[in-house]
Design a protein around this ligand. Structure first.
Ligand code: SF4
Ligand code: SF4
Length: 139
């Protein structure tokens, strides 16, 4: 059910006509992300962090200082560092990353901004009501 809903969602959603995650949320930047992106921009990781990021003590990770993301092109909704973007961005909205029950807090947060997450939840609700019983992720 989870995978089926995910597959259907991406046939219907066009991220380039949305961009909400880049406009209204921040990705987390892992040390690997920081190293890769700063090298791409020909900056040191230290300079990159000082210019763009802030360390969030609550979540213990590096996040953007500002929104929309500094790498988001507002005119065409494309990421200007797409080939080297953070892993968090390339996997977003992480619909099938983990068992639904283990990731409810993430989906609950993302559903406010992400139409794909909203549609995915809607589809699973419809499947549950219509008696779709082959899923294993929810167990
Ligand atoms: S790095 Fe790119 S994909 Fe990630 S939030 Fe910024 S603009 Fe969006
Ligand atoms: S918020 Fe969701 S639907 Fe919108 S661009 Fe991001 S991943 Fe795509």
């Amino acid at each position: 059910m989870v995978d089926q809903a995910d597959k259907e969602v991406w046939q219907e959603i066009d991220c380039l006509s949305c961009g909400n995650c880049c406009k209204k949320m921040t990705p987390t930047f892992t040390p690997k992300d920081i190293k890769r992106i700063s090298a791409h921009l020909e900056m040191t990781p230290l300079a990159f962090k000082a210019k763009w990021l802030v360390f969030d003590k609550k979540d213990s990770d590096w996040q953007n200082k500002k929104q929309p993301c500094q790498f988001f092109n507002l005119s065409d909704h494309k990421c200007t560092i797409y080939p080297v973007r953070p892993a968090d961005c390339s996997g977003f909205p992480h619909l099938t990353k983990k068992k639904v029950t283990a990731y409810l807090h993430v989906h609950r947060q993302n559903i406010q901004y992400c139409p794909a997450t909203f549609k995915w939840v809607e589809k699973m609700q419809a499947m549950a009501i219509n008696g779709f019983t082959t899923d294993t992720h929810l167990q």
